[in-house]
Design a protein around this ligand. Structure first.
Ligand SMILES: Cc1cc2nc3c(=O)[nH]c(=O)nc-3n(C[C@H](O)[C@H](O)[C@H](O)COP(=O)(O)O)c2cc1C
Length: 219
């Protein structure tokens, strides 16, 4: 069993969008899925289910639906590059190229994991606030992160995607998802075609954490 150091897995869990079609051994998949079940969630109701999609025709349709949303998103993204330095723009162009690849080759990923949730089972403590509610997702996405980290640890490539959520009605029909359930994410899983995961670029602690009070520098 692949058992990376947790911190190494976390700091190299970048988006991997180019995947090989080679199958993933069942025991590997089972370990990754079990890691997802360990995630914390409100009231321990585990208000999520995941569907491992392997059927090529279904994956092809998912790829088409995904592309319909990726293409305008990527075009808009590309327009924003004009304002960047050449170095920055080159980095983002690589991301767009990887995204184009994922959209066009979605069906080649051996497994597409569709994450579903039951809104009636979510603990939503911010429902009354005058803003978009996010707490409900906290009972779903930790399971997704556990799955991603376990996939990373097993040497699999993966990326959390949400563009397909815009096509929820057709995805539900395609996969027989009951009316009362929604979709939260889709994760293509497969062995990386290229380098795979590696160092990530994120803001430092000093920018994201405060000390005792909003705005007070940490540490
Ligand atoms: C909520 C969420 C939704 C995302 N949706 C998509 C998506 O639909 N397609 C995609 O290619 N990447 C998607 N991503 C991946 C992000 O683009 C990626 O994590 C981010 O750009 C950082 O890239 P890095 O992890 O490679 O550094 C999503 C990530 C998150 C957390």
């Amino acid at each position: 069993m692949a058992d990376m150091k947790l911190y190494d897995a976390m700091r190299t869990l970048r988006a991997v969008r180019r995947l090989r079609p080679d199958p993933i051994p069942e025991d590997v998949l089972k370990r990754i899925f079990e890691a997802a079940t360990w995630a914390p969630n409100g009231g321990n109701r585990q208000p999520w289910r995941m569907i491992a999609v392997r059927d090529t025709a279904v994956k092809k349709r998912m790829g088409e639906l995904y592309t319909a949303h990726w293409a305008p998103y990527a075009a808009n993204y590309a327009r924003g590059l004009a304002k960047m330095s050449e170095d920055e723009a080159a980095k983002h162009r690589r991301t767009i190229a990887a995204g184009d690849y994922l959209a066009a080759h979605m069906y080649e990923a051996p497994v597409l994991v569709v994450v579903c949730f039951n809104p009636a089972w979510l603990a939503v403590t911010d429902a009354q606030q005058d803003r978009v509610s996010v707490v409900g997702g906290g009972s779903v996405y930790p399971a997704v992160e556990n799955l991603l980290l376990a996939a990373r640890s097993e040497g699999l490539g993966c990326v959390l995607t949400t563009l397909l959520c815009a096509e929820e009605p057709e995805i539900k029909q395609l996969l027989g998802i009951p009316a009362e359930w929604g979709t939260a994410a889709m994760i293509p899983l497969g062995y990386p075609l290229g380098q795979g995961h590696g160092p990530i670029s994120r803001k430092p602690v000093g920018e994201l954490f405060f000390n005792g009070r909003w705005g007070a520098p940490y540490p």
